[in-house]
Ligand binder design. Sequence first.
Ligand code: FAD
Length: 495
Amino acid sequence: MHKPVRKLVIAGGGTAGWMTAALLRKVLPRNVDIRLVESEEIGIVGVGEATIPPIQLFNQYLGLDEKAFLKATHGTIKLGIQFENWRVPGESYIHTFGAPGATVGFCSFHHYWLKAKSQGLKQSLWDFDLNFLASQKGIFNKINTQNPVYDMPYAYHFDSALYGQYLRKLAEEWGVTRTEGKIESVELEPESGFVESLRLASGECIQGDLFVDCSGFRGLLIKQALKTNYEDWSHLLPADSAFAVPSERFATTLPYTRSIAHRAGWQWRIPLTHRNGNGIVFSSQYCSDDEALNTLLSHLDSKAIGDPRKITFQTGRTDKQWHKNVVAIGLSSGFLEPLESTSIHLIQSGIVRLMKMFPNDGVKPAMVDLYNAESKQEFETIRDFIVLHYYVNERDDSEFWRDMRALDIPERLALKIDAFAQAGALMNDQNDIFRDASWLQVMMGQGIQPQDYHPSVNALDEQALSDVMQKILAAKQQPLTKMLPHDEFLQQFTG
Ligand SMILES: Cc1cc2nc3c(=O)[nH]c(=O)nc-3n(C[C@H](O)[C@H](O)[C@H](O)COP(=O)(O)OP(=O)(O)OC[C@H]3O[C@@H](n4cnc5c(N)ncnc54)[C@H](O)[C@@H]3O)c2cc1C
């Protein structure tokens, strides 16, 4: 079908555009020419500072030096997200990137913990999680060990605009051609409906065999030219607005993101080395701009730098993320609010998926279908994970939280909640980036208490179970002695 791909055109140079350009240039053969078009006048969305651990793989694949990358992007370490006031005001928990406990027997650690708890164990599940222990002390170090008990997965907070520029420099050095210019129209081949070229305001016409739409919320190619449908998920995630404002650097740089729930939305706080990133996400149905802005500004920990900026969005996704010869990556493919810092990851997994299914000899319908099926499942499982945070709440201070509790949630999510509540069981879906430990922490953190634990736990008698628990607790303390305060680590590591 269609012709071999020798000319790849990327429309847009935000984080999505430059991540795509850098990785594809690294892996594609030289006979595929890569060109990126972007408009400085239009600019980028300019938010997005928190990530999840797979970003490390992406950087490693590109061969980035971690120290240089952290320095160039004012990056810090992220061990998880602290959710404050989500179940009820005044309470908090952390969704860490780690996993509590260790492998004990046939079933997951939390079943052993549940039984030990019923026998009088005092420690919370998180007391068995290295990421939690380090984040509470504000310390970090890289742990070089194969022992899973000491595993401490981490991600980064960074300035995504600087990250994009960092990747741009590399991509251009590796041979990506950048064209500055405003795309005015997208020309289609009359018969196939495939995109043929992009016409710029300068009159220049850029032809391609395959196009990656990284044009942000506009979706110039995938939505505007190819007219794919947008699946609107605002009935599940009604937030449609955000205000973002940077503030002065805080004295101590926390190694985690803070997500603070308010009357009708939530606020993020992301620590970078030169400033904090802050913002509030809310639904205009429940909260006015004035209220959102006042809430944000009155809850900053440090002085705001510059004016707050409003961004509006619609939660959902394009029903075909790959259509004809256009693949949408980044905000053009859909948007889920940044509660679990998943957008940059979705860019990464979109690029990796495209790389695996790259239409070298031409676009093949089966590969397009496979790409779309996997992307759909990935988006849906993230959506459900985010909905979980809202749905399982016990707040009674506003219509917003009461309505979120009454949501008609997807069947699969309802099943996951019931399975955990009734038997402590966790269900994994293929293409769900959040595995057991993530679902476990958020379900427990939001207040779901399993009614039972797995019977195989009874193979250990009371004393044996208690001994195992104490042994794991002691083991988890060991690496902490080798860690440094987060700021000290960053200073030493990046020089
Ligand atoms: C409030 C908010 C908070 C967020 N927080 C996080 C977070 O913590 N973590 C996370 O992972 N993600 C987060 N995100 C998402 C993140 O910002 C994006 O995924 C990321 O910035 C990628 O954006 P993009 O490159 O797709 O789009 P953009 O940055 O908008 O880039 C679009 C590009 O297309 C170009 N373009 C558009 N139209 C034209 C035209 N006509 N001609 C030429 N060029 C054109 C623009 O110039 C630009 O270069 C957040 C998003 C929002 C809205």
